[in-house]
Design a protein around this ligand. Sequence first.
Ligand code: IFM
Length: 452
Amino acid sequence: MANRRDLPAGFQWGAATAAYQVEGAVAEDGRGPSIWDVFAARPGAVRDGHTGELACDHYHRYGEDVELMRGLGLDGYRFSIAWPRVRPSGSGAVNKAGLDFYDRLVDELLAAGITPLPTLFHWDLPQALEDGGGWLARDTAYRFAEYARIVVDRLGDRVPAWITLNEPFVHMVYGYALGVHAPGRALMLDALPAAHHQLLGHGLAAAVLRERGHQVLIANNLTPVWSASEAVADVAAAAAYDALHNRLFTDPLLLGRYPDLSAYGVAPDLGGSVRPGDLELIAGAGLDGLGVNYYNPTRIAAPTEPAGLPFAEAEIEGVPRTAFGWPVVPDGLRELLVGLRDRYGTALPPITITENGCSVDDRVAADGTVHDQPRIDYLAGHLDALAAAVAQGVDVRGYYTWSLLDNYEWAEGYHQRFGLVHVDFATQRRTPKASYGWYRDLMTAHRVSHGR
Ligand code: IFM
């Protein structure tokens, strides 16, 4: 049985957060409004009307948070940079004070011996760009590449590797197709240009970063897709879902082409958004690593409504669930990684797990401790599954757990706790949970066993 302690020497251990979910300070030091500020203010958009106005107040408490990371013994910290802090209108003037914040954060991390791994876009688009069409507009891709250049010019002397986008699938589907995330557009398949323009933005930004000698990753939310049965219709529905969720975001990057979406009645130019030369730009810059965010597999059956989407989601039964209700299937991570290797072969770059974790209904006990055994079980199971994938020959270089801190869980507000560190949102008090000590001890044992 593969064991997490057998992960290779030099394996990078990390934890992740994202700007809107932790920073707060939404109107401070010249930050412009983002689509999440606007969406969260809309009555009924977010559970209990929660907003990211204060979040974990990380903008002011980053020193304390880096100390928590140092105590944990992280090799790397994945955080995101808020585009509206750096360029408040998405184009035009640069906000020096916004860049100064990330400059301080990077220095603090390096002083603690932690490698910064910034994500350039984790869903907080400047509202001014959304007013011009957001990711439905081709222009946004070009503005993204400009923003990447501004950031790398300032931080690139200390930051070796960058993640361009976080989960373009989730942003496209939740934000533009279903409207349950910002910017709250419910366009169904007409949202597909938002997928292409994000990928185009990735390609343009990746070229800027790689020209300057930086390493480039992208963080995709990927899922193993299980057919509900062996019936032909279920198998076809599962293949259609796999094309939309996974291959739409890995085929163009790794193979330079989009998958066939004809089951959706969609033409290869994705609603007229794909222009000659775009796929060369998306794949051409190359990737130094593929970031994989894994939470659970997806079970798919044939659609029940003939006129709707060509798939229906089916329950995964007989497995534990997180507080969010997500199925817990650690071996799904091994299956996903081996499947990526088998599908893409030599076109697959080394993988980093850029997110994996679970929400637990954590409470601070009377003695001040937080016993989050379900999170420890979740992490242990997934890290063993990761080690099994490595034993099967998949090249995995690192693991960033989601998340360092309890934080703003988008449309769920502050109701889902994913952190290794409990945050009391009324007082901002941080309490390391039992999983924090468990993760620290695991990293230490792994390093000791490799003489680090
Ligand atoms: O909190 C999110 C994160 O922003 C993106 N990936 C999934 C996490 C849990 O839902």
